[in-house]
Ligand binder design. Structure first.
Ligand SMILES: [Zn+2]
Ligand SMILES: [Zn+2]
Length: 251
């Protein structure tokens, strides 16, 4: 299994260095890896640049904590998302989940860069413990990969390029029960649905650690909040929730 993972990583790195087309539209990009999107696609990515919620990091309509957090303050320390979940960013995330794991490179790199821009890393936080939100084993096997793990790998590599120490662990957090389609659920339904669906396997590893919890999208924060609660109960001193995209605050 380890050998397989290593081989898979090598193949992916090869393509990451030798690709030459825009990850979104397929147009030629001559300095690929430096730039994974062509100029036109890059400039139309919906960046999360206006006012953001100081807790979950989503784009807000006015300054201060967003309405979703006000209603149910999530257990994670702070959330960070470089993009708003719409337009090209939503397109990339949906494709990441549907058969294009290599898109985790661009989205993961952007997420790590954004985190470093917003958060000044302390020596005492390193090495970060990097944990992707898991899928159930059945779901991972069905899809062939976990999109959050693809993002987490790219995030670790990007942090490493900046001299920030981080350790990826795919086993600390496990999903024990299927949560099904959350798309049409209310915030409270999502919280109830996420409750009890995850389990911390290696509790000792979490003690006094700063954790980067990784997922593809922040919607209500129910999943991130539930996982963060468990990680904090296991002793994590901080849990930063990093997602490439976040749904904008409702009206
Ligand atoms: Zn393009
Ligand atoms: Zn919020």
């Amino acid at each position: 299994m380890k050998l397989f993972t290593l081989l898979r990583q090598k193949i992916r790195r090869y393509f990451a260095e030798h690709g030459y087309t825009c990850d979104f539209c397929g147009k030629e990009v001559f300095d690929y890896a430096e730039h994974r999107l062509c100029e036109a696609c890059e400039s139309s990515m919906p960046r999360n640049e206006q006012s953001t919620c100081p807790k979950c990091g989503r784009q807000t309509r006015s300054a201060g904590v967003c309405l979703t957090c006000k209603a149910h303050m999530p257990a994670f320390t702070q959330g960070f998302s470089p993009f708003v979940y719409k337009g090209k960013a939503a397109g990339l995330v949906n494709r990441l989940k549907n058969g294009q794991p290599h898109l985790g490179l661009y989205l993961g790199e952007q997420t790590a860069e954004y985190f470093l821009k917003c958060h000044s890393v302390q020596e005492s936080e390193q090495p970060f413990l990097v944990i992707p939100v898991p899928l159930t084993e059945k779901r991972t096997q069905g899809r062939g990969y976990n999109q959050a793990a693809e993002l987490a790998e790219a995030i670790c590599a990007t942090l490493d390029r900046h001299g920030i120490r981080a350790e990826l662990d795919l086993e600390v957090l496990q999903k024990t029960r299927e949560t099904g389609q959350q798309k049409h659920m209310s915030a409270i339904q999502r919280m109830e649905n996420a409750s009890g669906a995850y389990h911390v396997h290696k509790r000792k590893l979490c003690r006094d650690r700063a954790v980067l919890l990784i997922d593809d999208i922040l919607t209500t924060g129910a999943t991130g909040g539930e996982c963060a609660k468990l990680l904090k109960n296991a002793g994590a001193k901080a849990v930063y929730f990093l997602t490439p995209t976040a749904v904008m605050e409702n009206k």
